[in-house]
Design a protein around this ligand. Structure first.
Ligand code: SD4
Length: 328
């Protein structure tokens, strides 16, 4: 079909669609009129025990700020914290000694931005936000993402700290490529927030699996896998062995289950069961899911014991331990 014909046909069908009342549109209409209890709002939650990150996000929410600003500024705290060796500066490198970062952000309107395999930039989440706001794209990768960051004024930073470098040199002696469950190898931060106006946003940022193959990208920056937000329903985020989350599109699955009426807790449990059903080697890995619905109800579930999340509400800051599929 010639391009002009195609455009004409597309235009025609778009016009006729607009003229015909659609059942799907009706459903969207009804959902958007739905009201939610605001007693749990505002709220911010994030994977693992990251009290500085949730406290920063809470500051934004309490000042009547946007959930989008809250999640960006919240996770930036971990990106700058060199003690967190799974995120941003201080992150563990790939097997060639390069720290490569993955991050994404998604707002209440369904907009999303992401960077993958980004080097030399301390705040990948902010570059992801620029991708979302200043480009027609969703994902920028590698050198292109780095170049874009410099054009937007981000500074070049050496992300490899002495500690992470020395551990990598030690690792190279045996070069065992075995992900360690829970033990320091997982601290990706996935954050979900609802602001005072009820707008929901999320962000996810990581240096990925320690000593991964050069070029490897995990679930964290992939919209639908490491993070998904739908302002009509809620949001979800993931941490752990990204390959298993990617293969089951975990965060999207959880949000869609909530859309069908699952509670956040039931949805996280079902997403973990999906991983168990599809991967015979599931016991070798840790996965943690965290979800929130529009009413600010939270769910959390993981494969192995040891996962927890941070929550900040009007009642203050708490760390909550997750239930697990396995008793170990
Ligand atoms: C990844 N999901 O790159 C990330 C790793 C992670 O805490 O969660 N680390 O697969």
């Amino acid at each position: 079909m010639k391009r002009r014909n195609f455009i004409q046909k597309a235009g025609l069908s778009a016009a006729s669609l607009a003229a015909t009342p659609l059942l799907a549109n009706d459903r969207v209409e009804k959902k958007s009129q739905k009201t939610f209890s605001t007693k749990n709002i505002p709220i911010v939650i994030c994977t693992w025990n990251c009290p500085n990150a949730t406290a920063k996000a809470w500051e934004v929410l309490e000042a009547d700020g946007l959930a989008l600003d809250a999640v960006e500024q919240g996770v930036m705290m971990e990106e700058s914290d060199i003690k967190n060796q799974s995120v941003g500066k201080g992150g563990r490198p790939d097997r060639e000694g390069n720290v490569t970062l993955d991050a994404c952000i998604m707002d209440h309107t369904g907009n999303a931005g992401s960077v993958v395999y980004l080097q030399n930039i301390e705040h990948p989440v902010s570059v992801a936000r620029k991708v979302m706001e200043d480009t027609p794209h969703v994902i920028l990768a590698g050198k292109g993402a780095e170049q874009f960051a410099y054009e937007k004024g981000f500074k070049k930073v050496d992300l490899l700290t002495e500690k992470s470098k020395n551990e990598w040199i030690e690792w190279k002696k045996e070069s065992k490529y075995k992900p360690i469950i829970n033990i320091e190898n997982h601290d990706t931060i996935g954050m979900l927030a609802i602001d005072k106006q009820g707008r929901i946003s999320g962000a996810c940022t990581t240096s990925g699996m320690a000593y991964k193959m050069a070029g490897r990208v995990g679930d964290s920056p992939i919209i639908g896998s490491g993070l998904f937000i739908d302002d009509e329903v809620g949001g979800a985020t993931a941490t752990g062995m990204g390959e298993l989350v990617l293969k089951t599109v975990g965060s999207f699955l959880i949000v869609e289950l909530m859309r069908q009426g699952y509670s956040p807790q039931e949805a996280c449990e079902e997403a973990i069961r999906r991983i168990v059903a599809k991967n015979t080697n599931y016991k070798d890995f840790q996965i943690g899911y965290l979800a929130i619905n529009k009413a600010g109800e939270v769910g959390c579930y993981c494969l192995h014991q040891g996962f927890s999340y941070s929550k900040y509400t009007k009642e203050g800051q708490v760390e909550i331990k997750s239930d697990s599929y396995l008793n170990s």
